[in-house]
Design a protein around this ligand. Structure first.
Ligand SMILES: [Zn+2]
Length: 200
């Protein structure tokens, strides 16, 4: 098993965040994330146990995702009955962005639509250079919203069905590390547990 932080070491792996999914971390990297992340995940569990709505659960998870991945904005979309994505939690976005992306289908031009269509994580390091956005109306909406980089991670339930997309956005063009994506995936899986609990 390869360390999720450095992507180099295979020895001395310990597992973090057992309640929220798992993160493999080598002995060398453990001191970096040990206290901060472990404490954040523990606090998250306590906060989630006090939530009375799916929206508040998704907001708690989103806010932690922004904090631990240094993202500037984020949103969680869930699939509606028609198979389109609807924004169910967001932080940092203007009305223009929210109205434009209020309902997203697989054939729309966006990272979340691509993640929905391809059922895999989509990373756009610079929207101005991405074939997903260049030449589409979505590019101006992203730039107006102050978004230059974005990742969209699909959320799957236990049966393997896609239930939503977890996106984080950045104000500057940047690479999004495998470690950051792993943290988002871990939190996305945590969110899915609560989607089942509140929706059905
Ligand atoms: Zn490591």
């Amino acid at each position: 098993m390869l360390c999720d932080v450095c992507k180099r070491n295979r020895n001395g792996i310990t597992w973090f965040g057992s309640a929220a999914g798992t993160l493999a971390v080598c002995r060398k990297c453990a001191p970096d994330i040990d206290q901060g992340l472990q404490q954040s995940l523990t606090e998250l569990s306590a906060r989630l146990s006090r939530c009375h709505s799916l929206t508040s659960v998704l907001m708690e998870i989103l806010e932690l995702a922004l904090r631990i991945t240094d993202a500037d904005k984020g949103n969680i979309q869930l699939l509606d009955a028609s198979g389109a994505l609807q924004i169910r939690a967001q932080t940092g976005f203007s009305t223009q962005f929210l109205e434009f992306f209020n309902r997203v289908a697989t054939d729309d031009d966006s990272a979340c639509a691509a993640a929905l269509a391809q059922r895999t994580t989509i990373v756009v390091e610079d929207v101005e250079r991405s074939p997903i956005f260049v030449g589409t109306p979505a590019l101006a909406v992203m730039l107006n919203a102050g978004v230059r980089a974005v990742q969209s991670t699909p959320m799957f339930d236990r049966a393997g069905s896609l239930v939503g997309i977890f996106s984080t956005q950045y104000a500057s063009p940047r690479k999004i590390s495998a470690y950051e994506l792993k943290l988002v995936d871990l939190l996305a899986r945590r969110a899915v547990e609560f989607i089942d609990e509140f929706q059905y």
